[in-house]
Design a protein around this ligand. Structure first.
Ligand code: TEU
Ligand code: CA
Length: 554
C-alpha cells in the first residue's frame, strides 16, 4: 500500500506556511496506522519552485523550505524503523534553468554544457519547429546572444536535458545511485516518456488557434525510448533492486510488456486510463462529462490489459489531478458513502494501490473566486486558453474548479483548528474552507468515517487470509450488464479463493444474485455486514442501496 505526500502541503512545523520534512516525520505514525508501506515524496530537492519543485536546481540538495539533509536522513531512518519504504520523485526529463549546468550552458553556448541541453539553430528567424509546450506557448526559447533556441517541453524555466549525450546520462546515473546508496527504496519517475526526442524536430500540422502543434506529437512519433530506459535501469535501479513507478503518458500500443513485464523497464507504472477520459480535445475548456459505463469499462479494459503482463499502480487522484471524490462520483454520491464506495472499488483492484494525501478523508475540489487565488502554472495557462477560446470569466473559473492541479494541492486538513491544523500561520495556498467538516481529527473519532473505512479496507487487503488473492488474484469483471454497478471478482489460482467487490453508483437499489451458496460478507461501506449476511443466506443475493459497496468471499 503506497501513499503520495505532496510535501509543501502536508504538515508545517515551523510556522512559515510551507510543509516540511519535520512535518512528515511527525505524521509517520499516522501513516503506519493507516496501513501504508511505501511513501512517495513529490520533489523535495532545491528548486526555484516555478513548477512546485518539478524544476530542480540541485539534485543533491534538499530545498531549504523543506529542511536539511540531516532531517532527510532522519526521515529515512524513522521510516525504516516503522518498516516503511521511502520513494522519491525522479525528475530528469528537464531541470531548472537555475541549475549549474544550464547556467554554464548559457555562459558558453558553444561549450560542453550546451550539449547537456537541446540548443538548436532557428529557421529563418523562427524557432526550429512549431511545438507548443505542455504549459502553453512555444516549446523553444531563444538562447540570448545566439541564433539558437533551447527546448523546453514544460515551462521555459524547465529546459529539457539531452539524453543522447552519454556524459549527461552518466551524471544522472551517478545522482540516482547516490540517493539509492543512502537507502532509498526507489523512485517515482516523472514525465519519463519525454526523454526521447527526434533530433530532426519536425514541425507538425497546427492543432490550435496559436498555429502551434502540441510537442506530444513528436513524443508519439519518435521511436527508441526503450533503449534509453534500459540503459538507465541497468546502470542504476537494477543494481539496487530498487522499486520504480513511472509516470508514462503516450506509450505506443503493445508496449506494456516492455514497460512493466517481467524484464520491463519499471516495476510498475500508473494507470491513468480513467483520468485520460477527462482530457478535452482543446484543454480544460473542451472537457466533457463522462458516463458511468465509460469510466467503469475503461478501468476494466486497463485491468485486463495488465493481466498476464505485470502490475499497474492504481490511483484515484494525485498532485496533477482534481480530487477523485469531485471528479468520479456523480452529484448524488458526493458524500461519505460514495467516497467509501470509490475507495473500495479502487483499492481492491489488481495492481499496486496508491493513495494521495487527503484522499483517505475524502478531501474535495476547492472553488476560487478569481484566477489570482490559484498558484499553479498550468492552471493559469488553461485559464488564459479558455478565455482566448471565448469562455466567460465564470466559465473559465468553472474549468479551473473542475480540473485545476491546485485542487489537490490545498493544505492537508488535519483538524478544525485555524489553517486546518496544517500550520500556525497562513499557508502558501489557501486551505479549502470545508476543513471544519472534513478533517483527520474528526474522522479519527468516528468509526463510520471515510478514514476509518480506508483503514478497514487496507487491513482487509493486507490480511494474511486474503492478501494472496488481492495481490495476485485474477481480475474478472462481474455484473457488467447491470446498470450503475461496478463489480469484479478477484480469483486466486493459488488457493481457489474468490472475492467479489461490488458497488452501486446509481440512485436506486440494485439486487445482485449470487451464483453459489455459502458466500460471506467481509466488508460493507455502510456497516451492513450482518444484514447482508442474512440476505445472502435467505435469498442467495445482496441488495445494494445507492452508493453502497460490499466485499464478499464467494
Ligand atoms: O507531469 C507530467 C505531465 O504530463 C503533466 O504535465 C500533465 O500533463 C499535467 O499535469 C496535466 O495537467 C509531471 C508532474 O507530475 C507534474 O507535476 C509536473 O508539472 C511535470 O511533470 C513537469 O515536471
Ligand atoms: Ca515549514
Amino acid at each position: 500500500m503506497a501513499y503520495q505526500i505532496y510535501p509543501k502541503s502536508f504538515m508545517d512545523t515551523n510556522g512559515d506556511g510551507i510543509g516540511d520534512l519535520r512535518g512528515i516525520i511527525s505524521k509517520l505514525d499516522y501513516l503506519k496506522e493507516l496501513g501504508i508501506d511505501i511513501i512517495w515524496l513529490s520533489p523535495i530537492y532545491q528548486s526555484p519552485f516555478v513548477d512546485q519543485g518539478y524544476d530542480i536546481s540541485d539534485y543533491y540538495k534538499i530545498a531549504e523550505e523543506f529542511g536539511t539533509m540531516e532531517e532527510f536522513d532522519e526521515l529515512l531512518e524513522e521510516a525504516k524503523k516503522r518498516n516503511m519504504y521511502l520513494v522519491m520523485d525522479l525528475v530528469v526529463n528537464h531541470c531548472s534553468d537555475q541549475h549549474e549546468w544550464f547556467q554554464k550552458a548559457l555562459a558558453d553556448p558553444e561549450g560542453e554544457y550546451a550539449d547537456y541541453f537541446y540548443f538548436v539553430k532557428g529557421k529563418n528567424g523562427n524557432p526550429p519547429s512549431n511545438y507548443r509546450s505542455y504549459f502553453g506557448g512555444s516549446a523553444w526559447e531563444p538562447v540570448p546572444g545566439t541564433d539558437k533556441y533551447y527546448l523546453h517541453m514544460f515551462a521555459k524555466e524547465q529546459p529539457d536535458l539531452n539524453w543522447e549525450n552519454p556524459k549527461l546520462r552518466r551524471e544522472i546515473y551517478k545522482m540516482i545511485n547516490w540517493w539509492l546508496d543512502k537507502g532509498l527504496a526507489g523512485f517515482r519517475i516523472d514525465a519519463i516518456i519525454n526523454i526521447k526526442k527526434d533530433p530532426a524536430f519536425p514541425s507538425f500540422e497546427p492543432d490550435g488557434p496559436d498555429g502551434l502543434a502540441s510537442c506530444v506529437k513528436m513524443v508519439e512519433e519518435v521511436q527508441g525510448v526503450g533503449a534509453l530506459l534500459e540503459d538507465m535501469k541497468r546502470e542504476t535501479f537494477e543494481r539496487y533492486d530498487a522499486f520504480t513507478v513511472a509516470e508514462v503518458f503516450n506509450m505506443k500500443d503493445d508496449e506494456l510488456r516492455e514497460f512493466i513485464g517481467e524484464d520491463g523497464h519499471f516495476s510498475t507504472m500508473f494507470d491513468f486510463s480513467a483520468h485520460e477520459l477527462f482530457q478535452g480535445q482543446n484543454g480544460w475548456y473542451g472537457c466533457r462529462p463522462i458516463e458511468f459505463r465509460e469510466w467503469r469499462d475503461t478501468i476494466f479494459a486497463s485491468q485486463e490489459e495488465a493481466q498476464g503482463i505485470g502490475f499497474k499502480a492504481n490511483i484515484i487522484e494525485n498532485h496533477d489531478e482534481p480530487r477523485g471524490a469531485s471528479r468520479f462520483l456523480p452529484e448524488h454520491a458526493r458524500n461519505e458513502k460514495g467516497k467509501k464506495a470509490l475507495a473500495a472499488t479502487s483499492v481492491l483492484l489488481r495492481g499496486i494501490p496508491f493513495i494521495y494525501q487527503g484522499q483517505e478523508i475524502g478531501m474535495t475540489n476547492c472553488r476560487r473566486e478569481d484566477i489570482s487565488e490559484y498558484d499553479d502554472i498550468s492552471t493559469k495557462d488553461q485559464y488564459r486558453e479558455a478565455l482566448n477560446a471565448g469562455c466567460t470569466k465564470e466559465e473559465a473559473l468553472q474549468c479551473c474548479y473542475e480540473n485545476s492541479r491546485d485542487n489537490a494541492r490545498t493544505p492537508m486538513q488535519w483538524s478544525a483548528d485555524a489553517n486546518a491544523g496544517f500550520s500556525d500561520s497562513a499557508p502558501w495556498l489557501a486551505v479549502n474552507p470545508n476543513y471544519t467538516e472534513i478533517n483527520v481529527e474528526e474522522q479519527q473519532k468516528r468509526p463510520d468515517s471515510v478514514l476509518s473505512f480506508y483503514k478497514k479496507l487496507i487491513a482487509l487487503r493486507k490480511s494474511p487470509v486474503y492478501r494472496e488473492t488481492f495481490t495476485y488474484g485474477r481480475f474478472v469483471p462481474a455484473y457488467e450488464e447491470a446498470d450503475d454497478i461496478f463489480a469484479y471478482r478477484r480469483v486466486s489460482e493459488e488457493n481457489g479463493q474468490e472475492i467479489l467487490v461490488a458497488a452501486n453508483y446509481g440512485t436506486k437499489p440494485r439486487t445482485l444474485k449470487l451464483d453459489r451458496e455459502g458466500a460471506r460478507a467481509l466488508l460493507s461501506n455502510d456497516g451492513k455486514e450482518k444484514s447482508l449476511q442474512i440476505q445472502i443466506e435467505r435469498e442467495r443475493a445482496v441488495t445494494l442501496d445507492s452508493c453502497e459497496a460490499a466485499v464478499l468471499l464467494l
